[in-house]
Design a binder for this molecule. Structure first.
Ligand code: ATP
Ligand code: MG
Length: 232
């Protein structure tokens, strides 16, 4: 397995506050991995650490096996790791098309372009010239995913993509994520929606109070235990 993203003994936090206490994880090429955990356990801080938003205090973050000396917002994209941030972060004054083009600011060579994203999400083509924030919640999530794909990632990281979406839209999301994975994109899915996790991920890490307390294959995890890992 060729590793795309790796954490080794990572300690990270904000200012003096430590949030992550010794995190080890690895996501390989074309893997579908979930990070599970209740509110506030540090899931988004995992993302913030490799984006350079949280401070790496000790340990190592690797992209494609290479330890990173300085973590900046563009280093992940350059290494082929694209992130759909929690809350989507659609830029208010830009149209759907402009929001998508922003995703191509740091891109690797590859097949994704505007046309490809419009084929995946036809509604974005219909609404290409409307402000991104005029879309429904589900459409904004599609826009956020489309924007991340514009960078041609080898690994797509999604931080709670189902948050605030109706169940029927979460079903659509599951179909899209499986399609992306079948097309060769690795997925790191941070989620509390256990239904989405079961439909998309093969492997999981469970986080509690900034530590990995369980990991393995989802097929070996009972529904009761899965719910325990994500229950609010
Ligand atoms: N940008 C930040 N600055 C300072 N503290 C932060 C920041 N982001 C998160 N924290 C703190 O870090 C801890 C972990 O938060 P984090 O957002 O990683 O949790 P989470 O598991 O993603 O939670 P949720 O399920 O609510 O999204 C919390 O105590 C939170 O207050
Ligand atoms: Mg979070």
């Amino acid at each position: 397995m060729s590793e795309l993203l790796g954490f080794r003994a990572v300690e990270a936090g904000y200012g003096e506050a430590r949030v992550l206490h010794g995190i080890d994880l690895a996501v390989g090429e074309n893997e579908r991995v979930a990070i599970l955990g209740r509110n506030g356990v540090g899931k988004s801080t995992v993302v913030n650490t490799f984006l350079g938003v949280a401070r790496l205090r000790a340990g190592e973050v690797r992209f494609r096996g290479a330890p990173q000396r300085s973590l900046q917002h563009f280093t992940a994209a350059r290494a082929g790791v694209a992130v759909v941030l929690q809350g989507r972060h659609i830029i208010p004054n830009l149209t759907v098309r402009e929001n998508l083009l922003l995703g191509a600011a740091v891109r690797r060579p590859g097949a994704w372009n505007l046309e490809g994203v419009f084929e995946l999400f036809p509604v974005l083509r219909e609404r290409a010239d409307t402000p991104g924030t005029a879309l429904s919640g589900g459409q904004q999530q599609m826009l956020a995913i489309g924007r991340a794909l514009m960078a041609n990632p080898a690994l797509l990281v999604l931080d709670e993509p189902s948050e605030g979406l109706a169940p029927v839209i979460v079903d659509e999301l599951a179909v899209v994520l499986r399609r992306l994975a079948d097309g060769g994109t690795g997925l790191l899915l941070i989620e509390q929606n256990f239904g989405l996790v079961r439909r998309v991920a093969e492997r999981y890490y469970a986080l509690s109070k900034g530590q990995i307390v369980d990991q393995g294959r989802l097929a070996d995890l009972s529904l009761a235990k899965l719910k325990e890992h994500v229950a609010v």
